[in-house]
Each structure stands twice: as C-alpha cells, then as structure tokens.
Design a protein around this ligand. Sequence first.
Ligand SMILES: Cc1cc2nc3c(=O)[nH]c(=O)nc-3n(C[C@H](O)[C@H](O)[C@H](O)COP(=O)(O)OP(=O)(O)OC[C@H]3O[C@@H](n4cnc5c(N)ncnc54)[C@H](O)[C@@H]3O)c2cc1C
Length: 443
Amino acid sequence: MSAAATTAATRASWTNWGRNQVCAPAEIRRPATEGQLVDLVKQAAANGQRVKAVGAGHSFTSIACTDGLLVDLGRYTRILEHDAAAGRVTVEAGIPLHQLSDDLDARGLALENMGDIDQQSVSGATQTATHGTGLRFRNLSSQIVGLRLVTADGSVLECSESENNDVFDAARVGLGALGLVSTVTLQCVPAFRLHAVEEPVPVEDVLADLDELVSTNDHYEFYWVPHTRWALTKRNQRTDEPARPRPRAREWVDDMALNNYGFGLLCRAGRWRPSLIPRLAKIIPSTGRLDYVDRSDRVFTSPRKVRFWEMEYGIPRQALPEALNRVRKLVDEMGMRISFPVEVRVVAPDDLPLSTAHGRETGYIAVHVYRGTPYDTYFTGVERIMDSYGGRPHWGKLHFQRAETLASRYPRWDDFQRVRARLDPEGRFANPYLDRVLGPVTG
Ligand SMILES: Cc1cc2nc3c(=O)[nH]c(=O)nc-3n(C[C@H](O)[C@H](O)[C@H](O)COP(=O)(O)OP(=O)(O)OC[C@H]3O[C@@H](n4cnc5c(N)ncnc54)[C@H](O)[C@@H]3O)c2cc1C
C-alpha cells in the first residue's frame, strides 16, 4: 500500500505541549506499521521533503518542528514482543510511557527509572535523553538494548550491541537526526514499589547534606522555591512494603490545589502582579509531609496541568551545591520574580555520545517559568552559570547553545557526527534546531 493511501493527509499547523513552538508542516501523516514508515521516508525523498517524527510534542525546543513531512507516531504504539526470561519488551516507537507502564505492570515488569511525567512517547523521550533521578540509575535511553531505524534511503537497520554497534550507540540519543526509530527493545526490571517521603526542608540543610542524601536514597530530588529558604524534597526508596497510596482526598488537594490548578492560579497572579510572588511562594512550603507507598511509575510521575517553559542543564554532580547557590544569588540580584521552583536531580553516568550524562555522574538543575512569562534574562543568566561547569543542555528543553559551543562538551561528538554524515548525507532528518545545535551534515 502506498504511503499516501495509508492515512489521510492533514494540512494543519502543529504546536507543542508548551505552545511555544508552532510550525506548518507540508503534510502530517500517521503511520501504523513499519512498512508505512518506510514508504513515507521514500515518498519524502522523492518529493525532496525533509522528515520529522513527533511523539507527544513535549519538547520545549523546536526539535520536532518541520516545514516538510511530519510523522505523527500516535497510531504506532503496540507492544510487539515480550521476552519473559530476559525481562525485555519490544515496542513500536510511539507508545506513550503511561501505556507502556500499564502493559509492563500487567507482565510483572517496570521501567528501571522514570522522569516526572509519563506522557512522552518512548522514542521522543529517549531521542532527547530524558531522565529521572537516582545516582545508581541511568537515563531512559540507556535502558534500550535494541532498536530498528528507518534511514534516509528507506532501508531498515537492526541495531544493538552486536549489530551496527556505532549506529546503536549514536541512535539511542539521536535527537531525531539519524532516521525514524521504528521499534525499541527495552531492558526492564521486575515490577517494584516505591516508598515516597515528600517534605519541605530548609534549602541550606539540603545542600549541606546533599552527598549523603543522593547516596542513601534510591531516588532523591528537590525543588528550591525562589524567594524562600525552602526546598520541597522527594525521597523514594524501593520497598517490599504493601501499597499504601496517598489518600485520595490528599492526592486531590495536592494535585489539583497545589501542583496544578492552585499553582496555576499562583502563576497567573504572579504574571499579573510579579510583586506578589514572594508572598505567594510562602504558601508552597506549608504543604506538610507526605508518606506513601505505590507502584513505581505512580510515584515517579504525576500529572502536569499547569503549562510552563523550561531549561535544564546537566553538570558534574559534585558542582550542584555551588551552582544552585549561584542560581539563588542570580534570582536575588536579578530582581525578577520567579513563580516556579528550581528542580535538582542526579543521574548515573553512561557512555552514549550525545547523552547529557555522558561519562560523568550528573547533577541536573532545571529552571521554569509560567508559560507566557519572558524568560531571556533568567535563562541566559542561568545558562552562563552552567557554561562555567561545562553544562550540557537537555536537548528537549530551552537553551541558547550552538554546535560550536557544544562540541567540546561531548567527548564522543565526532563519533555521532560520523554516523550522521553516513546515514543522512543530505540532511533528510535535519531541521533548523538541528542545524543550530549539530551544525549542517558534514562528510
Ligand atoms: C511537563 C513536562 C515534563 C517533563 N519532564 C521531564 C523529566 O522529568 N525528565 C526529562 O529528562 N525530560 C522531561 N521533559 C522533557 C521531555 O521528556 C522530552 O522533551 C521528550 O523528548 C518529550 O517526548 P515526546 O514524546 O513528547 O517527544 P517529542 O517532543 O515529540 O520529540 C522529541 C524529539 O524526538 C524525535 N523523535 C520522536 N520520535 C522519534 C522517532 N520514532 N524517530 C526519530 N525521532 C523521533 C522528534 O523528532 C524530536 O526530535 C518534560 C517535558 C514536559 C513538557
């Protein structure tokens, strides 16, 4: 069947979750099989169009934008194989993490670690090195043990440690630059529960004990609340205790009143009258202590109903306290009112060429503003601080770097560029964002 016949073409503009990126693809297609992915790439080549896949559109950058063919993976979401003995599943690239988590749980499996939300597609999350927190745990891309990649000439490459190893290395965090990831095989772990303790702690105490906190807790993170001396901390330990979910009433209060709707009101009030923010921020630490046990993915992730814009940097983990203190000083000196907490996490090193955690224990600092709030001064100020630690920006979050400023921060930059030049010599999968952060394809 021809690509054109597989699904109706839609001429529409496309926008991301944050509503800060808009593009007008020549066509949007929704394939449902690998054969259709191949046909679409061949058709685009014949028409001289560029191609971009899109997962859940949860990147804040224009990484998924194109004026060519946009391949929406929303219908390409099945689990194809389950190797029970190895604890591995092979999935179609567009499967959302929440669907995957449910399917894995039904099979007695889970993802080893997750970020804050479960809305992303597997391929979108891994192409940008999406991560959670935990010094002993690597990012999602590192959980990939095999993938199939549709390349610019329409051929399908089987990639793993033992097959097309250089492509496998590069394509696990491929920024969508190497081709369309068709299927992904993930190494999973037996399903597990997490014991969560969430409580406000003075930020000075957190920073003084940070080494111990990240070493003794499986998954530790905190949010510093600007204009206060408070950090909202989250400690998650793997446990055999029976589930003891958050009381529903409390869950409602937290999610709707604070994390989402109430917080949204706070942000809107803050945008309307920034001088209110320091006073409003004082409400945040008065949330008290939460202690509960639940299925891992339900503890790792939560809904995000307040839309925001974000920048996040990976730096050497040991630099976190100093770097955060510099961000705190910047916020004080800038005179800008920041309504969104600053998030701090840690992740184990890996060896993937474009992973933000490549070769070092990594600490992440993420800054946010409520959608629609000017962020240039804040984000460039934070970026300058992160630059001094050789910071690596999250590929799916806002930043101002270019290939020239990034290359020296990735020891295996040239390995990635060699694979890119070989697989996509004409830049079929390029877009203006990739031109900026990777440069044009070079031979
Ligand atoms: C509310 C929110 C919370 C977040 N929390 C976290 C977090 O906790 N940790 C973290 O690290 N990040 C986090 N992120 C960032 C997010 O995980 C990444 O931006 C991720 O890339 C989004 O996944 P997606 O499916 O929406 O991908 P998209 O944004 O749709 O695409 C991302 C990139 O992947 C490419 N791509 C997608 N599928 C394919 C494919 N099959 N083949 C080739 N290329 C493909 C796209 O072309 C694009 O380049 C968060 C984002 C939001 C909005």
